[in-house]
Design a protein around this ligand. Structure first.
Ligand code: FEO
Length: 165
C-alpha cells in the first residue's frame, strides 16, 4: 500500500512527464513550421517517449493500488527564437526532471518504500541518457552557429531517429 505522500509525489511526477510530452510536441511544431522536418520528427518521438514515461507512473500507481490523479497539464510556451534556444530549454527541463526524480527517490527511501525506490531506478538511469543527449545536440548547435548548411545536416541526422520505448 502506498503512503499518501508517496502517492501524491508519484502523481505529480506523472503530470510532469505529461507536461514534458506537451513541451516536446510544442517544440516539434516550432521546427515543423520552420521546415526543419528532421528535428521536428526527433522532437515528436521525444514527446511520445515522455508520454510512455507518464504511463509508467500511471501503471505503477494502479499496480500498487494507488489512486490516479489526472490534474491540469500546464501549457508550454509557444515559439522559440532559435534551435539553440529550444535545446537550451530542453537541457534545463531535463535537469529539472532529474531533480524531481531524485527528490522522489529520497522520499521513497525516507518512507522505507523499497518497491517504489526500485521502480524509480529505471528513471534515474534514463535521466542520465536524457540529459546527455540533449546536451550533445546543444553543443553541436553551438558549434554550427550561423552556418545554415550545418543546421540542415543536423536536421537530416536527427530525422533518422526511430521510435523507441
Ligand atoms: Fe521523462 Fe525526459 O524525462
Amino acid at each position: 500500500m502506498l503512503k499518501e505522500k508517496v502517492q501524491k509525489s508519484l502523481n505529480q511526477q506523472m503530470n510532469a512527464e505529461f507536461y514534458s510530452s506537451y513541451l516536446y510536441l510544442a517544440m516539434s511544431a516550432y521546427f515543423e513550421s520552420d521546415n526543419f522536418s528532421g528535428i521536428a520528427k526527433w522532437m515528436k518521438i521525444q514527446s511520445q517517449e515522455e508520454y510512455s514515461h507518464a504511463m509508467k507512473f500511471y501503471n505503477y500507481l494502479l499496480q500498487a493500488a494507488g489512486k490516479i490523479n489526472l490534474s491540469l497539464i500546464e501549457a508550454p510556451k509557444v515559439g522559440w527564437n532559435s534551435a539553440e534556444e529550444v535545446f537550451q530549454d530542453t537541457v534545463k527541463h531535463e535537469q529539472k526532471i532529474t531533480k524531481s526524480i531524485y527528490d522522489l527517490v529520497d522520499l521513497a527511501a525516507e518512507e522505507k518504500d523499497h518497491a517504489t525506490n526500485i521502480f524509480l531506478q529505471w528513471f534515474v538511469t534514463e535521466q542520465v541518457e536524457e540529459e546527455a543527449t540533449a546536451m550533445k545536440i546543444l553543443d553541436r548547435i553551438k558549434l554550427i552557429g550561423e552556418n545554415k548548411n550545418g543546421l540542415f545536416y543536423l536536421d537530416h541526422e536527427l530525422g533518422k531517429r526511430g521510435a523507441s520505448n
